[in-house]
Design a protein around this ligand. Structure first.
Ligand code: 5GP
Ligand code: ZN
Length: 120
């Protein structure tokens, strides 16, 4: 890994949450992923699901690094149940500036707790 890539990861809020440097309210964790409450919820229940490995966004996914995405989705319904989402939920990911991405470590918003409106 190059120095630039290492510098990006050292600055990455979600890498710091994954390694415990920044505390979070965790709802699920295993060796590959972490799910925690969003600090600025956009819905009554708003969880963020991340791989522990730093992947910048959907744009950075490939055949080599994408198994963890299936893993995250395989745990989503269990996580939704854990936080009491019994009537459905929405999973979204923002990619790049036009997609509204603010943290450049791929993540999936798991939101619910009310009937959500139409998408953008
Ligand atoms: P994005 O805008 O990139 O799709 O989503 C980033 C999300 O991360 C936002 O919903 C924001 O509130 C959340 N977030 C940013 N920093 C922190 C933090 O330090 N802790 C937690 N729990 N959530 C964060
Ligand atoms: Zn990261």
């Amino acid at each position: 890994m190059g120095r630039k890539a290492i510098a990006i990861i050292m600055d990455c809020v979600f890498c710091k949450i994954a390694d415990g440097t920044i505390p979070s309210k965790k709802v699920y964790e295993d060796d590959k992923m972490l799910a925690f409450y969003d600090i600025e919820p956009a819905a009554p229940v708003h969880i963020v699901m991340i791989p522990k490995e730093h992947i910048a966004s959907v744009d950075a996914l490939s055949e080599e690094n994408s198994d963890v995405i299936a893993h995250i989705f395989s745990k989503a319904s269990e996580i939704a149940r854990t936080v009491g989402l019994k009537n459905g939920y929405r999973i979204t990911t923002n990619c790049g500036p036009d997609g509204g991405q603010t943290v450049f470590h791929i993540h999936f918003h798991l939101m619910g707790g009310k009937t959500l409106g139409k998408m953008a």
